[in-house]
Design a protein around this ligand. Structure first.
Ligand code: CJB
Length: 797
């Protein structure tokens, strides 16, 4: 008997004896708790000696978001004990999949950025890359989404760990103290002393990240607490604090995750969260580094601090502050250490997401840091002066300054303070250099890189799609879970009728499973023979769910007008949340839900067209939707989606991408082969031209009858219980502004959708394309991304 089997059986005996029950009498919740406990013991026993770590520096991954999803199933799989646990449960009449449903998703992120961080933790642990994830232990994660009576999004708090979350460990030994406000005394020359007004304690909670047959490493999350309340009102001498002019106690600091994706709200409490996160993490990194007998000068040799977007940018002046004030290093020495330790990943070009803080606010909350930032800005000024001639200087300084117009530009701070900057897909990284930071690219040659995002095959294939995994196990030599490029071996089988049938049967089975979920969740019985056309992601104008919406309306109108015409049946599935304050995105959700209600109850649509909006999109729901997708909607305006990662998950699971040449779609098309995706719409260059010629969406509205009829249906009350004004803002925005060129891409999108329907009718060719997507996209494993980080960025300084 394996040692795990012994552990499992003896622990079960004890667990039951303590509760005076037989195993058959345990509730699902008790089973969950029991398995969670045993898996922890297994982690401790299996890895008394972690495998040797690779020789790059240790990675400290600083991120305000980690969207980790449920841990237990993943950990059992990575430990290699999933089957044994399943067998034990089966003996007691239980199903492991049902038990795992007991776990709540820790909702500690908004979307792609947070989920990427989680995939990277998995890959770093699996590749034995020494790493710690540093984040915040929000009491309330991202809100739960409900859909109201009128199809509108409603939000409810999600206290994810309140009563039952056995997978975290309070690390009472790691407490930190973080200051805010107060004054700075200038002692002499470079010497300053900060006397903060309040101090808040940071408590650490560790969540174990178990790599695939690899090491276990912590995701360390900080939570605020204080013995005394502090009076926020004393700061209330500026407009920006108006909404928060009340007494806030420290535990509220990490109470809630800000629900914005690709958008900065500029709230003081958010800045406090960011600083708290960074101060605790920097202190912890230095503590560990020094505890190993290493010097401060050796920091860049052994540690790298990877900034996940600009949210942890304040870590740069914080490390400077500690080195200058606490360890009394000179500015030059401190800067030399600091600028060789940080690396920055840019995840967006959207201006509204590029963080800029009010300089007065930063000065109030972090008076020592603003002095450091001013010095960084001054030093930069000299560099820019030296590089650019008189004619060029004004523009170059306008682009590169960290401080400008009473704003602190966090992306600029990151570029100046990091030894490496990367974008997250090739096209995005190119735009980072050409459009966002051209002057920096000239100033800091060799600093800019690309690392295309990736997704972990453990969660997104092995765990989410067990049937496909079993087929791959049968036909692929070697462990594809560890080396996803091995999937190339199935390329020759793409034309093999037997393999095609097996692959197709799995897709069909996954579609049936999703059909059940849809029925349970929203009471809609769907046609399992339809094309499952999936758009799952945050709701944002740039992601253009409204384009999908308009095409569905046009299709609905077409079927109504031609009831006899043959139709390739289609089920459109949407899932995703909108930021609570994002009015237009919420209107799009509401319009989709109302459209769904009309279409799904129209007898003329029977067997032809259905729409399902699944509420409360989260990691565990994604795991159920993705394996069932036939079509993957990746329809952002070219140049706006930095990479996307849902596009990779869906394509690897055999969905055909309908997409623009944006983000990682470009690379997906290259790897899969252009004939195995459907590309449409304007390119980055043609969008530029469109705008240069004065883009006027109204012209498209007036000239395209199909488009106009679709838009008009939003104002005639058809999808709003007769209310003709429900979508006024949305319609006005589309016809008169259309910042994301929805109307300009409508005709081309509609043609692409028709192409999809046509291709689907040839099932043999369709399934061949689907197989080739699985076979050829191994490069989108997050293991490859981590290796790229290792060779391009994290190599020894
Ligand atoms: N991203 O999810 C977010 N939030 C932000 O605030 C900025 C960017 C997304 O990051 C993903 C991971 O890199 C990208 O795939 C995605 O395109 C981007 O929008």
């Amino acid at each position: 008997m394996s040692s795990f089997q012994t552990l499992l059986e003896t622990s079960l005996k004890t667990y039951c004896e303590e509760r005076f029950v037989q195993p058959e009498q345990l509730t699902d919740r008790q089973w969950y708790q029991f398995i969670a406990e045993v898996s922890q013991q297994a982690v401790l026993q299996s890895f008394p000696h972690n495998p040797p770590l690779v020789s790059t520096r240790k990675v400290n991954y600083l991120s305000m978001e980690f969207l980790i999803g449920r841990l237990l199933g993943n950990n059992l799989m990575n430990l290699g004990v999933y089957d044994q646990v399943q067998q034990l449960l089966a003996k007691c009449g239980k199903n492991l999949v049902d038990i795992l449903e007991q776990e709540r998703d820790p909702s500690l992120g908004n979307g792609g950025l947070g989920r990427l961080a989680a995939c990277y933790l998995d890959s770093m642990a699996s590749l034995s890359q020494a790493a710690v994830g540093y984040g915040l232990h929000y009491q309330y994660g991202l809100f739960k989404q409900l859909i109201g009576y009128h199809g509108e999004q409603l939000e409810r708090g999600d206290a994810w760990n309140r009563d039952f979350y056995p997978q975290q460990y309070h690390r009472a030994d790691l407490q930190q103290k973080v200051g805010f406000g107060g004054q700075v005394v200038h002692l002499q020359d470079d010497k300053y002393q900060w006397q903060p007004e309040w101090e808040i304690f940071g408590e650490a909670f560790d969540l174990p990240v178990v790599g695939y047959k690899g090491v276990q490493q912590p995701l360390r999350l900080w939570q605020g607490y204080s013995e005394t309340d502090f009076d926020f009102a004393v700061f209330n001498d500026g407009d920006y604090l108006h909404a928060e002019s009340r007494v806030i106690d420290a535990s509220k600091l990490t109470k809630v995750l800000y629900p914005n994706d690709n958008h900065q709200e500029g709230k003081a409490l958010r800045l406090m969260q960011q600083y708290f996160h960074c101060a605790c993490s920097i202190a912890d990194i230095l503590r560990q580094h020094l505890a190993q007998g290493r010097s401060l000068e050796q920091l860049p040799e052994f540690e790298v601090i990877q900034l996940n977007d600009t949210h942890p940018a304040i870590a740069i002046p914080e490390l400077m502050r500690v080195l200058l004030d606490q360890y009394e290093l000179s500015w030059e020495k401190a800067w030399s250490i600091c600028s060789k330790t940080f690396a920055y990943t840019n995840h967006t070009l959207l201006p509204e997401a590029l963080e800029q803080w009010d300089q007065t606010l930063v000065a109030k909350l972090l008076p020592r840091h603003i002095i450091i930032i001013e010095r960084i800005n001054n030093e930069l000024h000299h560099l820019v002066k030296a590089e650019f001639n008189e004619d060029e200087f004004a523009q170059a300084w306008y682009e590169t300054a960290v401080l400008m117009d009473n704003r602190v530009r966090m992306a600029n701070l990151c570029v100046v303070g990091s030894f490496a900057v990367n974008g997250v897909a090739q096209i995005h990284s190119d735009l980072v250099v050409s459009d966002l930071f051209p002057a920096y690219a000239r100033l800091f040659k060799g600093r800019f890189h690309n690392v295309t995002n990736g997704v972990t095959p453990r969660r997104w294939i092995r765990q989410a799609n067990p049937a496909l995994s079993a087929l791959l196990d049968q036909h692929v030599k070697g462990d594809w879970t560890k080396d996803l490029e091995l999937l190339r071996q199935i390329e020759p089988l793409a034309k093999d009728p037997q393999f095609q049938r097996a692959y197709q049967a799995i897709k069909q089975q996954n579609k049936q499973a999703l059909a059940q979920v849809i029925e349970q969740e929203i009471g809609l019985k769907v046609n399992g023979e339809a094309i499952f056309d999936i758009q799952i992601k945050r709701f944002h104008e740039y992601k253009r769910q409204q384009l999908n919406l308009l095409n569905i309306i046009a299709t609905y109108q077409e079927i109504k007008a031609n009831p006899e015409q043959a139709v390739v049946p289609r089920l459109f599935v949407f899932a995703g949340k909108a930021a609570p304050g994002y009015f237009l995105a919420k209107q799009i959700i509401q319009a989709i839900n109302n459209l769904a209600a009309t279409i799904n109850s129209d007898p003329d649509m029977q067997g032809k067209l259905q729409v399902a909006f699944l509420p409360d999109y989260r990691v565990s729901l994604a795991e159920k939707i993705i394996p069932a997708a036939d079509v993957s909607e990746q329809i952002s305006l070219a140049g706006k989606e930095a990479s996307g990662t849902g596009n990779m998950k869906l394509a690897l699971n055999g969905a055909i991408t309908i997409g623009t040449l944006d983000g990682a779609n470009v690379e997906i098309a290259e790897f899969a082969g252009e004939e195995n995706v459907v590309i449409f719409g304007h390119t980055v260059e043609s969008v530029r031209e469109l705008r240069a010629n004065g883009y006027n969406p109204r012209e498209y509205y007036e000239q395209d009858d199909v488009l106009r009829n679709a838009i008009d249906a939003l104002t005639d009350g058809s999808f709003a219980n007769g209310d003709q004004h429900r979508y006024d803002a949305l319609v006005d925005n589309l016809i008169n502004h259309d910042p994301f060129c929805t109307l300009a891409d409508f005709a081309s999108y509609r043609a692409a959708q028709q192409e999809i329907a046509k291709r689907y009718q040839n099932q043999t060719a369709w399934v061949e394309s689907a197989i080739l997507n699985t076979a050829r996209l191994g490069a989108f494993s997050s293991d490859r991304s981590i290796r790229d980080y290792q060779t391009r960025i994290w190599k020894k300084a």
